[in-house]
Design a protein around this ligand. Structure first.
Ligand code: CP
Length: 332
């Protein structure tokens, strides 16, 4: 494996094989597997879990990691080709990425969506430009429309909980003070489809995921024997649900227009997950969220602090699955 950028680049069997390696490393640690290896981590956006879990995972395998967060002790970096760099950025990724890659054995990059041009973000134009500058094994730490490490951890979390392969998986839009990117919902709907589940995207009108994201998930579902549908009817979506996965995202209809998006979102502040949502679901329906989460805006305390919540387990599994990714990238 040379790159870990998108679960869709791997067959279902290859993902299952990677998860088996994660389980093996969890059951039988290999504290010297990556001795002498160095992971570089370039964060163009903030993080808690991704930043800490990659460093911890690398150390648990005997390797080490360095972190670069432009603007916080290092130069601000420019990502746009052809930019006239007379602003805050003193360095361009065209130099920064190959320089960082020369110091390490694998590089991880986090670069969120630019949030202006939906087509450009759906095509991952910014991330793929940066990926093209990296001559070393590369990990996507979250790009415009993907978060494969989160998706892999969430798949493992459902396996740990013995969620049926054909179980009903509800990805629900939830409220947030501002529009958030499409990376996690996009990666999540594809992951659940690739796992073979009965996937339902629950969202208010105007918040349907872009056709390119839904089509990609439907292709994965067709190959895995599952299905993908969408609705704005909460009771319909929740009927028989085994898992409810909450996520905030901005309306694709108002992409790049924060004011219009804010007006649309203001009508849906009641989309905060509460126990009453679960009446039509399986009695032991699990609740998932990638974190960070706004308590009592996106999800009520009664859920996050209640028996359904699996959010800490998901976050813990980030480190476990990423150790498998690093093992494959650096040890083969
Ligand atoms: N879920 C996730 O990626 O968390 P961070 O943004 O804190 O890394």
């Amino acid at each position: 494996m040379q790159r870990f950028l998108d679960l869709a680049q791997f067959s279902r069997d290859e993902v299952i094989d990677l998860l088996a390696l994660a389980q093996r490393l969890q059951d039988r640690p290999e504290p010297a597997a990556l001795a002498g290896k160095i992971l570089g981590l370039l964060f163009l956006n903030p993080s808690l879990r991704t930043l800490a879990s990659f460093q911890a995972g690398m150390q648990r395998l005997g390797g080490t990691a360095f972190v670069v967060t432009p603007g916080a002790g290092t130069w601000n970096v420019e990502t746009r080709d052809g930019a006239v760099m007379n602003g805050a950025a003193a360095e361009h990724v065209r130099e920064a990425i190959p320089v960082l890659a020369s110091y390490c054995d694998a590089l991880g990059i986090r670069a969120f969506a630019e949030g202006k041009d939906l087509a450009a973000d759906l095509a991952e134009e910014q991330f793929m430009r940066m990926a093209g500058l990296c001559p070393k094994p590369l990990v996507n730490l979250e790009s415009a429309v993907n978060h494969p490490c989160q998706a892999l951890a969430d798949w493992k979390t459902m396996d740990d909980l013995a969620v049926p392969r054909r179980g009903r998986f509800v990805l629900s839009w939830v409220s947030h003070p501002r529009a958030l990117p499409l990376a996690v919902p996009s990666a999540t709907v594809h992951m659940a489809a690739q796992r073979g589940m009965d996937v339902v995207v629950l969202r208010p009108e105007g918040y349907g995921l872009p056709a390119a994201i839904m089509d990609k998930a439907r292709q994965a579902a067709a190959a895995a024997g599952g299905q993908v549908s969408e609705t704005s009817d909460r009771d319909v979506a929740m009927r028989g649900a085994h898992v409810v996965y909450a996520k905030e995202w901005g309306s694709p209809q108002h992409y790049g227009d924060a004011e219009a998006e804010g007006r649309a979102r203001a009508m849906h502040v009641d989309w905060c997950v509460r126990e009453s949502w679960f009446r039509p679901a399986q009695p032991d329906c699990h609740f998932m969220h990638c974190l960070p989460v706004r308590r009592n805006v996106a999800v009520a305390d009664e859920i996050l602090d209640g028996a359904r919540s699996r959010v800490i387990r998901e976050a813990a599994n980030r480190m476990v699955v990423q150790m498998a990714v690093l093992h494959r990238l650096l040890k083969g």
